[in-house]
Design a protein around this ligand. Structure first.
Ligand SMILES: O=C(O)CCC(=O)C(=O)O
Ligand SMILES: [Fe+2]
Length: 341
């Protein structure tokens, strides 16, 4: 067994070789699927290595993302995020406050007190009726030439990885390997490019509680998280302490979201995480350099009805939740998180 990716305060996040699920023999496939499910059931998080998304693709997407965030703020605001139903476009620093609260007025209070130091661009499925993506303009000879192609290609690769991780979960649960396929084939997912600007170290000293991204759980089935080498991601342990989730090159951090936890009748955990001041002193003196990450939020098809999975309850009375429509659930959660209007 591989050394854990993260270990501390009762939190153990496994590092799993995903090629053993995709290309291994039957025993390797089964053992890997079980390890993946076990990671989601215990930590709610796993790290995957040897995924089909190459180092080159990933590096190119990060470079392209950095180019995007160098655009002037007015250019970015011209394709700003609009509504939870669309969930596409640019969010300037301070717009979204990810939090556990679902009451809009409470979220507002917190957002105004200590805004997150980050900006993001949300990209959804192309062709969703009524919700076109909000793309930056690409001039033929401009810096951003090819942006849309790069991002949609990455979107599709992540979409395929979602399907494969769900197959691993199905195998781990003893379900038909394709059980989830018809629940996730549409790709109602969101690609979020994230930029945490360089920040003076003093900001963290002066404002206790200042973070780069506030504590929250994700909403959907799973999130594929690609982080650069800066660090600062933390995951809440079962004892309530935040533990550093160190960057490991060429791995993808995968965490279960609230809807998968609900779907699994709470046998899978959706674990709280946040992004704080990086743990290591950087060479740049008084300033923490920028951090870039990319989160790909996977969801069951918005038309899916989500209710306790077979094998997660013995009798009807053990079902903890009512069935729910995936799309409605996600819009509800996003409505509480973003400042609308
Ligand atoms: O930037 C990161 O590492 C985490 C981002 C995150 O958790 C989110 O956007 O939901
Ligand atoms: Fe998150």
């Amino acid at each position: 067994m591989e050394k854990a990716a993260v270990q501390g305060d009762g939190l153990v996040i496994p590092l799993i070789d995903f090629s053993k699920f995709l290309d291994g023999d039957e025993d390797e496939k089964l053992a890997t699927a079980k390890a993946i499910l076990h990671g989601f059931q215990t930590a709610g998080f796993i790290y995957l290595k040897n995924i089909p998304i190459t180092h080159q693709t990933r590096a190119h997407v990060f470079d392209t993302s950095a180019k995007y965030f160098r655009l002037p703020i007015e250019t970015k605001l011209a394709h700003a995020w609009t509504t939870p139903e669309a969930n596409r476009g640019y969010s300037a620093p301070g717009r979204e406050k990810v939090t556990q609260l679902t009451d809009v007025s409470e979220v507002d209070k917190i957002r105004n007190a200590v805004p997150d130091i980050k900006e993001s661009l949300e990209i959804g499925r192309e062709g969703e009726p009524g919700h076109p993506n909000r793309w930056p303009a690409e001039e033929a000879d401009g810096e951003l030439h090819g942006f849309k192609t790069v991002m949609m290609d990455f979107f599709d690769q992540c979409k395929a990885l979602h399907v494969e991780v769900m197959r691993a979960i199905a195998v781990g649960m003893g379900l038909d390997p394709m059980f989830f396929d018809t629940f996730v084939d549409v790709g109602d997912n969101t690609l979020r490019l994230l930029h945490y600007p360089a920040v003076d170290k003093k900001v963290f000293q002066v404002n206790p509680g200042q973070v780069r991204a506030g504590e929250h759980s994700d909403y959907g089935s799973i999130t594929l998280l690609f982080q650069d080498s800066r660090g600062g991601l933390q995951i809440k342990s079962p004892n309530g302490k935040f533990v550093d989730a160190r960057p490991i090159e060429d791995t993808c951090v995968v965490n279960a979201g609230d809807l998968l936890a609900r779907w699994s009748n709470d046998t899978i955990k959706s674990t709280i995480h946040r992004v704080v001041e990086p743990p290591h002193a950087e060479a740049d003196g008084d300033v923490h350099p920028a951090r870039y990450s990319i989160a790909y939020f996977c969801n069951p098809n918005f038309t899916s009805h989500i209710e306790a999975l077979p094998g997660t309850y013995a009798t009807e009375t053990e079902k903890k939740y009512e069935g729910i429509n995936s799309g409605e659930y996600l819009v509800q959660r996003l409505t509480a998180t973003y400042e609308c209007g």
